[in-house]
Structure formats: structure tokens, C-alpha cells
Design a protein around this ligand. Sequence first.
Ligand SMILES: Cc1cc2nc3c(=O)[nH]c(=O)nc-3n(C[C@H](O)[C@H](O)[C@H](O)COP(=O)(O)OP(=O)(O)OC[C@H]3O[C@@H](n4cnc5c(N)ncnc54)[C@H](O)[C@@H]3O)c2cc1C
Length: 435
Amino acid sequence: MEISEKTSKKKSIAVVGAGIVGINCALALQSQGFNVTLLDQQGIGEGCSKNNAGHFATEQVFPLADARLLWQLPKLLLDPLGAIALSPRYLPQALPWFIQFFNNMRSKYQQKNTLALKALNKNAISYYLPLLQQAKAEHLLTTQGSLLVFETTNLTVVKKSHQHYQQAGVAVKLLNSEQVHQLEPNLHKNINYALYFTEVAHTVSPYKLSLALAQLAQDKGMVFKQFTLKNITHTANKVLLNDGQQALTFDKLILATGAWSKKLCKQLGYNLPIEAERGYSLSLTTQNNDNNKSSGNENIALLSRPVASTERKFIITPMDNELRLSGTVEYAGLYAKANYKRATMLYKNAQFILDKLPTDKHIAKQDKWMGCRPSLPDSLPVICQAPQQDNIFFALGHQHLGLTQGAITGKLISQLIMKQPTDIDIKAFCISRFN
Ligand SMILES: Cc1cc2nc3c(=O)[nH]c(=O)nc-3n(C[C@H](O)[C@H](O)[C@H](O)COP(=O)(O)OP(=O)(O)OC[C@H]3O[C@@H](n4cnc5c(N)ncnc54)[C@H](O)[C@@H]3O)c2cc1C
């Protein structure tokens, strides 16, 4: 059965993938008056965007492919519950990605990729502000900065790291133990130093944020359909999307399918070395001692801002109703069963960072979650028009920063479709770099 979209003077656009990136693309395009249909195999915001750390991490301007990682890698990989895990069975499949990742550690690529990330991150938060205002969801964004804390790292190394960020133009202060504890009194006495990033933000619920922006797009006329895209065919001015049972026709297509994008790009003739960097979170809802009811206020009181640990490589975020511990990287492919021990181990790590971490007695609910970060070996996303097709666009591969870069990506895609100059130079984000 073929369902053609209603003929209309306005162009019809399908955005496939209802994660934070697809939602932002759909919202930006619907706001420009296009007829947008958002399609997803699951519900809205149910993929990697759901239970992440909620950090608008604009300070993360350095690509992950960093030669210093090479020294730490053997130790990290040997510990089955360490910060990075590679399933031996998955190694042959992951090898080509790792070769490209290691290649990106060369300083000329690192510098180039840092510049591109800086441009994308620089004003990333400001792109969200008008959207959240329109969605009446400003309360979902908190601008209290964030901390990167150090337990054992010596001061010389901490100072170097501080300088490194400063030289990259990131707003950052170096705090000693006393200053850190003044800012966050519930941090463990182990914490000796911290870098305080003053211009970053966090959300108290990445899921609610996704839903609020999708609702705003729906209020403007966007339609959401559950649909698993299996096959794409296209002519010069139409795109036909098939799920095996029905076909939908649109004028244009935006692929925002996150970690699941490889096969779809292949169908269109593009190589996309994307890897699912599986990460975990553990969300703790504490209970109010008096009446045994869960309450989020303690979490807010425990921390005012996200706190990331340098040595333990994870982050704690005070959320709406919970304290969320997130992190770890696991290479095991898209479809391997989640290993939730990787989520529970975050609790052990948090005991070294937070004093008064809620104990079993005070925890009403623990939610373990795994998400597939869509990661390319150069740490840059793909944001571009398909080089061989005028009516197909890509917005994918945002690795650890999809929440941070979602709104600016939506804006850039809408500018590309409207053939307007883009707010930043997007050459570095073209899929042609892999083809
Ligand atoms: C533990 C953890 C913590 C993180 N913390 C942060 C953070 O603090 N800040 C930050 O900026 N980022 C963070 N990230 C990264 C961030 O979550 C991702 O970069 C972001 O969610 C990617 O968004 P997306 O829209 O590209 O992908 P997704 O949210 O995964 O959305 C892709 C969607 O495409 C759909 N889809 C795929 N294939 C098809 C198909 N064939 N047909 C139909 N639908 C399809 C999927 O169902 C999915 O809903 C974190 C990630 C993890 C795992």
C-alpha cells in the first residue's frame, strides 16, 4: 500500500529518528512552515536521548581520540567493569572503527576536529533558549555550570588541564578543595581540586525536554508516526520510505537515526563508520524519611550542578526526581544484551565523590538504563546534504554530545534546506569525509 502525503504548496519532509536531534530538526523545519512528519520505530525520545546525563557540555571541545588515552587504554580495558569495555567477540567488527579512531589522534586531525567542535558548541545552549521559552519549558534548563573534580591527580596536571581548556576559549575556573566544598558542600573530602565550567548547563530531565520540544512541534502542525524505516528509494524530487508493509512519500528526507544509521546510509551509497558507544545510567529516587514518599528535593539539595569525576570517568547530575549517575563506554554492538552491572558499578564510584550518597534504606527506586551513543571516529557529527541527492539530509553521529548540539543541529539543517547561509561553517561535518 502506498500512502502519498497530501499535495500541498508546502514541501513535505520526513524526519526519521525522534531522538533529541531529530526532534530539533523537525521543530526547526515545522517552524519554517514545512509539513513535517517525524517517524520513529519507537516512541518520541525513547532512544539514546532518554536517560542520559542531561549535561549541556559545551566545554567538551576536545575530540575523544586523544593520544593520552593510549596509555590508559590497557588498564581501562582489562577491568571488566572499568570505564571502557570491549567485548572480545565484537573486536573484529569494531576494529575498522578503532583504526580510524587511532588515526584521528594525530595532532593535525585533533586540531582540525577541535576547531569544528568549538564552533558547534560555542553557542549551542543559546539555540535552546527560545525553543524552551516557546514550549513553556524553561524550568527544564538550569544554568549553574558544572564541575570536573580531581581526587588523586596532582596539581601540575590539573593546572595543565585548566590551561588547555582556557586556551581553547572555554570559560573555566580552577578551584582548590576549600572552594570546591564551598560550592558543593556534599562532595566527599577526597576531592582536592575542580575545574568549574561556568557557562554550561544541565537539564533536570532530558526525556521531558525531548517531549516538550516534540509537543511544541506538534502544536505547530508536525505529525508523529511510529514507523520502522527499512528501505529508501528516491527520485530527483521525491523520497519513498518503506517499512516492509507500507510506503510513505515525501519531498525531502532527514535521517536522524543516531547509532542505527549505518545500514540506511549504505542504501543511499554512503559509508558511515558509526559505532554504538554504549553508555549506562543509574537513576536513584530517594524517599522522604517522614512519610516514605519519594521526593526529588533531597537530590537538588545534595548537588546544585553536574559533577564529573576525572579519575572515575562518570558524571552525577541532580535531576527532577532523582540523582543520576551516568557514564562508561562499552563496545559490544547495537544488539548485545545490556550488562546492567555497568550501571550498578556507578554507585560504587559515586561513594568516592559524594558524601551522604543515599543508601539502600533511602532509595525508593533505582532505574538502570543503557543507551547507544552514535559515535564516529573523529568525534564530529554528520550534518549535511547528501552529496549525491538533493532531497536527502543527514543529522546524526553526535556521540557524547547529542543533547548539547541538538538545537544548533536543527537550525543548521533548516538553513541547509532553505538554502540559506549556515550560522557556522559546516564543511567539517559532511559525510563525504568518509567517502
Ligand atoms: C550514559 C549516557 C550519557 C550521556 N550524557 C550526555 C550528556 O550529558 N550530554 C549530551 O549532550 N549527550 C549525552 N549523551 C549522548 C546523547 O544521549 C546522544 O548523543 C543523543 O541522545 C543522540 O541523539 P540522537 O537523536 O542522534 O539519537 P537517539 O536519541 O538514539 O535517536 C535516534 C532515533 O532513531 C530511531 N531509529 C533508528 N533507526 C530507525 C529506523 N530504521 N526507523 C525508524 N526509527 C529509527 C531510534 O528508535 C531512535 O529513537 C549521553 C549518552 C549516554 C549513553
